[in-house]
Design a protein around this ligand. Sequence first.
Ligand SMILES: Cc1cc2nc3c(=O)[nH]c(=O)nc-3n(C[C@H](O)[C@H](O)[C@H](O)COP(=O)(O)O)c2cc1C
Length: 340
Amino acid sequence: MLPFSKGSLLLAPMVGITNRAFRTLLGELGGPDYAFTEMASAEAYVSRAPFESVYTDSKPRPERTSVQFYARSAGSLADACARLRNNPPEELPAGVDINFGCSAPHIRGKGGGSAWSSDPAPAAELVAAARAAWPGILSAKVRMGPDDDYHRLRGFCEGIAGEGLDFLCIHPRRDDQKFRGKARHEISLRLAQDISIPLVANGDIVSPGQLSMLMGTRTGPGGSKSVYAAMIGREAVRRPWIFALLRASASALTPASSTDRSIDRLEVGLRFLALAKLYLPEAWRLESARRFFSYYCEQFSFAHHIKYKTMNSPSLDIMAENFRSYFEQVPQDRYLLFSH
Ligand SMILES: Cc1cc2nc3c(=O)[nH]c(=O)nc-3n(C[C@H](O)[C@H](O)[C@H](O)COP(=O)(O)O)c2cc1C
């Protein structure tokens, strides 16, 4: 049985961002139903490279988190799963996710991520090896692959699903698209009907309207089709309270029962910095905070200004100071009200 139900909201894996500090922040704001760590290299994890145990840290909610691996070979993925299995129970993640979608040159060039997506047979062997070594939840995350051919995509997904995946996530853009164009969720809806396991849709999901179209509560390009769950990435960094916001909209509270919730956007930013100090190795903190603020600052009236100030701060303390002083200059940006 999956550790999340139909209609759930999931946090996407994002390297440099979805670490323990960020996932803790989300949890405090009414976080996702299920989350993914940032991707870790199976080979590096097996060879006990520095920081690999930080990449695979599934706290604060290991029972609701999958560790994502990218791998060059079936053997190294199986070894990584076997090592992960030996974690003490309080650090044992619910799942392992296999990255088939990353097209960054340093991942693809080494035979990981989307390098697997053009050949279904080795990809199926990779899943089979993980399935044999990992007794928990097993999932995979894919893009559309090298072209727009739906039948090739469907064949690929059926092939890997058949080797024992519990669910599949799709970000429906081609491998070469990065973030260009729009995520093609008519493909997500079609694929959800065609494969035998639950499908999670990911890509550009930011509003209640998109969510209800994907969940089948509102008719969209796929007619009355629906996906099993939705996965959110960048919008969770821009608005870390997005899960609470979407849940509140979906539950369609009557005006009489709804209450207004105020978000202090200064405190949320400062809280992330405090959590980064608490949970991330010193060598990671500044880079992770820069990544966080590069998205988080997009919502503010003078986004470029505050983004520039935080990104160019030489330490977390100066970053906090620069962030704080923005709200002295633009106090109207500090609080956000939404119905809850
Ligand atoms: C900074 C960043 C890092 C990412 N790292 C990963 C990763 O480690 N593994 C992965 O499968 N996808 C990764 N992705 C892709 C996201 O998981 C997701 O598929 C993509 O951002 C589309 O979803 P969104 O529109 O909700 O952001 C990353 C995306 C971003 C922006």
